[in-house]
Design a protein around this ligand. Structure first.
Ligand code: ADP
Ligand code: TYD
Length: 207
């Protein structure tokens, strides 16, 4: 099973992905926990190019190519081999992030994102957990981490607002694989909600 976490910066995706991986491992599942951009050595190199530096370092079009190149490498070297070996793959962000961040933030480039996805990736998750969160809270949580990877956070609150609305619309568009999770609770409570949705999906796949 291929599970992805999506949502705005600071919504708690990495925390929840980690907690879910631990719980599923405790239950005896073989789990690969990974992330985008990154998740393979080559894709981690591309990560530094896209997440560091000035917000206007790349155009939206160039970013689509860079994120898709990173994803292709990640898919070939990490995700597909793990799925073929029967493992559960948990990925912190995937193609839905490109649909939002590159597809919406600087003009309507969603068509281009989808075309390149069809050509080069062609794989959707079995389950996508969208952690929904007030953009102001998300941004302050994200900023408090104080890393060098703040290029997207530096686009500011307006981008976060737009991304939240976009993700909620995307959840309706892909309603069969999306599950909406309220991120405004303690990490433990959010994790319970997440686990319930994952267990439903696992049961569904066994039947
Ligand atoms: P994301 O991966 O979505 O950017 P993180 O999991 O890295 O989010 O969380 C961002 C920050 O908020 C981290 O400092 C994390 O410890 C904190 N955090 C995560 N989940 C919660 C929560 N449910 N309540 C309060 N703080 C949280
Ligand atoms: P991430 O490390 O998940 O950041 P955060 O923990 O703050 O959510 O992702 C870093 C940034 O990369 C995030 O602001 C969104 C952006 N991003 C894209 O713009 N397009 C993509 O395809 C992906 C995967 C991420």
């Amino acid at each position: 099973m291929f599970i992805t976490f999506e949502g705005i910066d600071g919504s708690g995706k990495s925390t929840q992905a980690r907690m879910l991986a631990e719980t599923l491992r405790d239950q005896g599942h073989d789990v690969v926990l990974t992330r985008e951009p990154g998740g393979s050595p080559g894709a981690e190199e591309i990560r530094a190019l896209v997440l560091q530096g000035d917000p206007d370092r790349w155009s939206a079009e160039t970013e689509i190519l860079l994120f898709t190149a990173a994803r292709r490498d990640h898919l070939e070297r990490t995700i597909l081999p793990a799925l073929a070996a029967g493992k559960i793959v948990i990925c912190d962000r995937f193609a839905d992030s490109t649909r939002m961040y590159q597809g919406l933030s600087r003009g309507d480039l969603r068509g281009l994102v989808d075309q390149l996805h069809t050509l080069m990736i062609g794989r959707e998750p079995d389950l996508t957990l969208l952690i929904d969160m007030d953009p102001a809270v998300g941004l302050s949580r994200a900023k408090s981490r104080n890393t060098v990877e703040e290029r997207f956070e530096d686009f500011g609150q307006a981008l976060q607002d737009q991304m939240r609305r976009g993700f909620l619309a995307l959840a309706k568009e892909f309603s069969t694989r999306f599950q909406l999770v309220d991120g405004a609770h303690s990490p433990e409570d959010v994790a319970k909600d997440v686990l319930q949705r994952v267990q439903q999906q696992l049961q569904g796949q066994r039947q």
